[in-house]
Design a protein around this ligand. Structure first.
Ligand code: HEM
Length: 407
C-alpha cells in the first residue's frame, strides 16, 4: 500500500516550465459528486489559461488543453512517443500493454492482428448478438420500473459481448473489471505489480491452453498471427490480450453511463430520438463528440519548441480526448448536445496509428442500445434524491446511475 501511494507523489517544477503554466490538477482526484465531469475538465480551458499547462501531481506532467494540439499530438508519433501510456511514469515499467506502448514500425504487426479481429465484417456479424443481449438485459428489469444502470446494464453489455468474443466465462467479468479499474483509475489499493500479476495469473493459463487447442475466438486468432514472419512470444501474447481486454471492458461502459445520465435529465432530446429513430445514428456521433472520456499521456522524443512552448526530451504530456470535442475553438456551444450538428474532427477515439480499432464495435453497441432501450423505456429519470456517482482517471466512468420509469 505504501509503495502504491508513493507513486502518486508530487514533483518539483522543472526549470524549463514557466510559472504561469503551473496549475494544481490531479488526474486521479475525485471531485465533489455534484461536479459535472466534462465541465470539470473544461475548466482547464479557462480564460487566460495557456494552451499547455503543467501540474506537479503524479510525477509532474504537461496537459494539452486545446483540440488542435490534442489531435496533432495523438497523430504525430515521430515527435510524441507512446512508450509511456500510464501516469505516474513508473507504472509503465510494471504494466506493459501491446500495441499501445509501441511506436511504429514495431507497432504495425500487432495492430494488423487487432484490425483483422475487429474488422467491419466481424462487427456486422456481431450485431445480432449485441441486439439479443441488449434486449434480454433490458427485459430483466423493465417491468420493475427502476434499475441501477451502471451495474445492471452498462457494465454487462460490452463486457459480456467482449468475453464472448474471446471465449471466456461471463462470470469472470467481476475479477477482470476490478483489475482494469486499477489500470485506468488506480486508488492505491494495489501496486501496479500486483495488478499486472493479477492479469498474468488469469490470462497466461488461458493463452497457453489456446496455443495447444486453438478455437475460433479472438485470442486464438492473435496467437496464430505472425509478427514480421515469426510467431508471437508468450509474453507478447499476454501483453496484447491484456490491452484488448482492458480497452474492451472499460470504454463503452463509460460512454453508455454518461449518455444515459444526459438522456435521463433531458426529456426533449429523448423525445426527438423516440419520435424519429432515424436520428439515432447521428445522435451516436454527437454523443461521441460530447462525451469523450479517455486521457492518455505521450512522451516528448526530443528537446523542441512546439506552439511556442519549450518541451524537453522525456517530458510527459497528458492528452485528454475530452478537451477536443468540448473546445469552443473547434465547436460552437460545445457543451450543448445537438443531433443536427455537423460533426467535424474530434479525438474521442484518438488519432494516427493508435486510433481506436474498436470504434466500429463501440458505435454498433451504442446504436443498437439506443434503438432497443428507447422503444421499450421511452421515458425515464434519475431516481429522486439520488446523485449519480462518477469516477475520474485515465478513463472517466459512471459507477452509480439509479434510473426510474413508469412500470
Ligand atoms: C466508445 C468507446 C471507446 C473509446 C472512447 C475508445 C477510445 C480509445 C482511444 C482514445 C484510443 C487511443 C489510445 C492512444 O492513442 O494511446 C483507443 C485505442 C484502442 N482501443 Fe478503444 N475506445 C473505445 C472502444 C473500444 C473497444 C470496444 C475496443 C475493443 C473491443 C477498443 C480497443 C482499443 C485498442 C486495442 C486500442 C489500442 C490501439 C493501438 O494502440 O493501436 N476500444 N481507444
Amino acid at each position: 500500500m505504501a509503495e502504491a501511494t508513493e507513486l502518486f507523489r508530487k514533483s518539483d517544477v522543472p526549470a524549463h516550465v514557466p510559472a504561469e503554466c503551473v496549475i494544481d490538477f490531479d488526474l486521479f482526484a475525485q471531485p465533489a459528486p455534484e461536479e459535472d465531469f466534462f465541465e470539470y475538465w473544461k475548466k482547464l480551458q479557462g480564460e487566460g489559461r495557456p494552451d499547455f499547462v503543467w501540474t506537479p501531481y503524479n510525477g509532474g506532467h504537461w496537459i494539452a488543453t486545446r483540440g488542435e494540439d490534442i489531435h496533432t499530438i495523438y497523430a504525430d508519433h515521430d515527435l510524441f512517443s507512446s512508450r509511456n501510456i500510464l501516469l505516474p511514469v513508473e507504472r509503465n515499467e510494471a504494466i506493459r500493454v501491446l500495441p499501445t506502448s509501441l511506436d511504429p514500425p514495431e507497432h504495425r504487426p500487432f495492430r494488423n492482428l487487432i484490425n483483422h479481429g475487429l474488422s467491419p465484417k466481424v462487427v456486422r456479424g456481431l450485431e445480432p448478438s449485441i441486439r439479443e443481449l441488449t434486449v434480454s438485459l433490458i427485459e430483466a428489469f423493465r417491468a420493475r420500473g427502476h434499475c441501477e444502470f451502471a451495474s445492471e446494464f452498462a457494465e454487462l453489455l460490452p463486457i459480456s459481448l467482449f468475453l464472448k468474443m474471446v471465449n471466456l466465462p461471463v462470470e469472470d467479468r467481476i475479477k477482470l473489471k476490478a483489475l482494469s479499474e486499477q489500470v485506468n483509475r488506480p486508488d492505491g489499493s494495489m501496486t501496479p505489480e500486483e495488478v499486472n500479476q493479477g492479469f498474468y495469473d488469469y490470462l497466461m493459463p488461458v493463452l497457453l491452453e489456446r496455443r495447444k487447442n486453438p478455437g475460433d475466438d479472438l485470442f486464438s486468432q492473435f496467437l496464430a498471427g505472425s509478427i514480421d514472419g515469426r510467431p508471437m512470444t508468450d509474453g507478447e501474447a499476454f501483453e496484447l490480450c491484456m490491452q484488448v481486454l482492458i480497452a474492451g471492458l472499460d470504454t463503452v461502459v463509460s460512454v453508455l453511463g454518461f449518455l444515459m445520465m444526459f438522456l435521463a435529465r433531458n426529456p426533449d432530446h429523448r423525445r426527438q430520438l423516440v419520435a424519429d429513430p432515424a436520428m439515432i445514428p447521428p445522435a451516436v456521433e454527437e454523443f461521441l463528440r460530447r462525451f469523450p472520456l479517455v486521457a492518455i499521456p505521450r512522451t516528448v522524443i526530443r528537446d523542441m519548441e512546439f506552439q511556442g512552448v519549450t518541451f524537453k526530451e522525456g517530458d510527459l504530456i497528458l492528452v485528454p480526448t475530452m478537451l477536443h470535442g468540448l473546445d469552443d475553438r473547434a465547436y460552437q456551444c460545445p457543451l450543448d448536445v445537438d443531433f443536427n450538428r455537423r460533426i467535424g474532427i474530434h479525438s474521442t477515439f484518438g488519432a494516427g496509428v493508435h486510433r481506436c480499432p474498436g470504434s466500429l464495435l463501440a458505435r454498433a453497441e451504442l446504436r443498437i442500445f439506443l434503438e432497443e432501450w428507447l422503444s421499450r423505456i421511452p421515458d425515464f429519470d434519475i431516481a429522486p434524491g439520488r446523485t449519480p456517482k462518477v469516477l475520474y482517471g485515465i478513463v472517466g466512468t459512471v459507477v452509480d446511475l439509479p434510473l426510474v420509469w413508469q412500470a
